[in-house]
Design a protein around this ligand. Structure first.
Ligand code: FAD
Length: 512
């Protein structure tokens, strides 16, 4: 007998409720479930929608996902240590940017549709025991604002299903740009009003070989077309004539064709729209990623113009930054750092991405006034230092997490995927990080005894791995975080075991 849709069902309860099962929400669920957290995702869509949006994983995201086991990568060898891989990219639609990354990490750019990622993360989340409540829209969130109360209550309704109430100790809003969780928690944002409107469609082009391919500037804006003679083509146009009066007005095939044709300066005939959407350069960055027991991740915390393919990359890195910290917090480690550091570490990269997308859009301003600037930039992009600076910025490879003045300058950096030997067996940094635990890598065995002693209060959550490496490493030992960043480094100049103890005190505190 099917349940009576008008009768509320018994409340569900979990440790963490994730509102929104897009790619970021599903990854959070998979990661939290990996750490044994009872997690429920509430997603309004019955199934993954294959939207033609994110398709680019940049280097740091790919590196992070390889460490967490979601992407395959090469086995690093000593021969690869000093070489780099390079992929061509663009900056503000201008060709010539090269994104490089250590060869031990694999390709710097990985093509992966966001729908495929969402499916992968959801499958893993379910395998690990997460609950996924699809077809349910969250309509309200109560309680938990100051972090001291007992928990939060979520109300959700489903089409044809009875309303549901869910209680959780923590709620993560991964519910996208128009986040209900963000609004309900009263989180405010820094915003930039839109100046540009953009249209996007997945359509059949009547003459795919005659359509302008790639990023094409015109006197009125830009067309961005990926002509596909064998199926649907991704077609977009950026119109710099001002924002659309109502962004929520549905885009029609006729409007897409008219806009693309107007910007291109000639008719671009198309039919059979599978997907139509409009977007703008409106940007938002929340002032905090946490309000008491409510946390925000992905587009719920940051949105910007999608030039450079960076939005989902930020969200994925939010998830890998947050999940292990929240899990340790829920297992009783008392340090406030575990939750406070999330905003401190993840907001600055988002602020920088918003700034770089705004800079790119300014550079894309059509017309003769900006042509010399574009020509200058095109020449600058050929300079290796400029290309590296911009490439590292877009791919987040230059991120260094906050560190204190007394810590090694390596602290907060991401440790490359070095080939290592443990008990004479070959392994790698990425492989050792698969369990998702804090990892004390001991490369100078003379330091091991003192380090083991120093971490005794935390030995149940820190794995100690004595290893050897043929890489010329300026470190004797290092504490690696589950997300691959260096929490503490003994480079021979610092406080040694006392520094490790101080770091673990800050990160975890002591259980009484
Ligand atoms: C044209 C375009 C191209 C892009 N290209 C790239 C790219 O190449 N690379 C890149 O990194 N990024 C790109 N992005 C950005 C990327 O698409 C987003 O950053 C990404 O979708 C964010 O993922 P998310 O999980 O945070 O949010 P979303 O994908 O928006 O997922 C949020 C989920 O929450 C659900 N939800 C919302 N409200 C509720 C509710 N009340 N109850 C229950 N469920 C709810 C939604 O149904 C949705 O499934 C692009 C964006 C656009 C517009």
């Amino acid at each position: 007998m099917s349940p009576d849709p008008s009768r509320p069902r018994a409340p569900l309860s979990c440790e963490v409720a994730v509102v929104g099962g897009g790619p970021v929400g599903m990854l959070l669920a998979a990661e939290l479930a990996h750490h044994g957290v009872a997690v429920t995702v509430i997603e309004r869509n019955e199934r993954t929608l294959d939207v033609p949006k994110a398709g680019t994983l940049h280097a740091r995201t790919a590196q992070s996902l390889r460490r967490r086991g979601y992407l395959e990568g090469p086995e690093p060898t000593t021969a690869l240590l000093d070489s780099e891989n390079a992929d061509g990219f663009h900056f503000a639609g201008l060709p010539g940017l090269t994104i490089t990354g250590p060869a031990v990490e694999g390709e710097p750019i990985v093509g992966r549709a966001q729908g495929d990622l969402e499916r992968l993360f959801e499958r893993v989340a379910l395998e690990r025991g997460a609950t996924v409540l699809r077809g349910h829209r969250v309509t309200a969130l109560h309680g938990g604002g100051d972090g001291t109360g007992p928990g939060l209550t979520i109300e959700a309704c489903g089409s044809g299903a009875p309303p549901r109430t869910l209680t959780a100790a923590y709620v993560i809003g991964a519910d996208g740009a128009r986040s209900l969780v963000r609004e309900a928690a009263g989180v405010t944002s820094e915003e930039h009003a839109p100046h540009t409107q953009a249209v996007l469609g997945l359509v059949d082009l009547d003459a795919p070989f005659r359509a302008p391919a790639g990023w094409t500037p015109t006197e009125r804006g830009w067309t961005v077309i990926g002509p596909n003679p064998y199926g649907p083509s991704r077609v977009a146009a950026f119109d710099f004539g001002g924002p659309h009066p109502d962004r929520r007005t549905p885009l029609t095939l006729e409007e897409l064709r008219a806009t693309v044709s107007r910007i291109a300066g000639r008719d671009i005939p198309m039919r059979n729209a599978r997907f139509l959407d409009r977007f703008s350069d409106y940007s938002r960055l929340t002032h905090t990623y946490r309000a008491g027991r409510v946390l925000l991740a992905g587009d719920a915390a940051h949105v910007h113009f999608p030039v450079g393919g960076q939005g989902l990359n930020l969200g994925i890195q939010d998830a890998v930054n947050l999940a292990w910290k929240l899990a340790l917090h829920l297992r009783g480690w008392p340090s406030p750092w575990l939750l406070d550091s999330y905003t401190a570490e993840r907001r600055p990269p988002a602020a920088r991405t918003i700034a770089n997308t705004r800079a790119q859009l300014a550079l894309m301003t059509p017309g003769a006034t900006h042509d010399p600037l574009r020509e200058l930039f095109t020449r600058l992009l050929r300079l290796p230092d400029v290309s590296r600076h911009l490439g590292d910025m877009i791919s987040d490879q230059d991120v260094q997490l906050p560190r204190t003045a007394d810590q090694s300058p390596l602290t907060g950096l991401f440790l490359p995927n070095l080939p290592l030997s443990v008990e004479r067996r070959p392994t790698s940094v990425a492989r050792l990080l698969r369990p998702g635990r804090l990892l004390l890598l001991v490369l100078d065995q003379g330091t091991e005894e003192a380090l083991r002693k120093a971490l005794a209060p935390w030995d149940e959550v820190v794995d100690v791995v004595p290893a050897t490496s043929e890489a010329r490493l300026p470190l004797r030992a290092a504490l690696l975080r589950p997300d691959g960043y260096l929490a503490w480094v003994d480079d021979g100049n610092g406080a040694g075991a006392a520094g490790l103890e101080a770091t673990l005190d800050t990160y975890l505190g002591r259980r009484t």
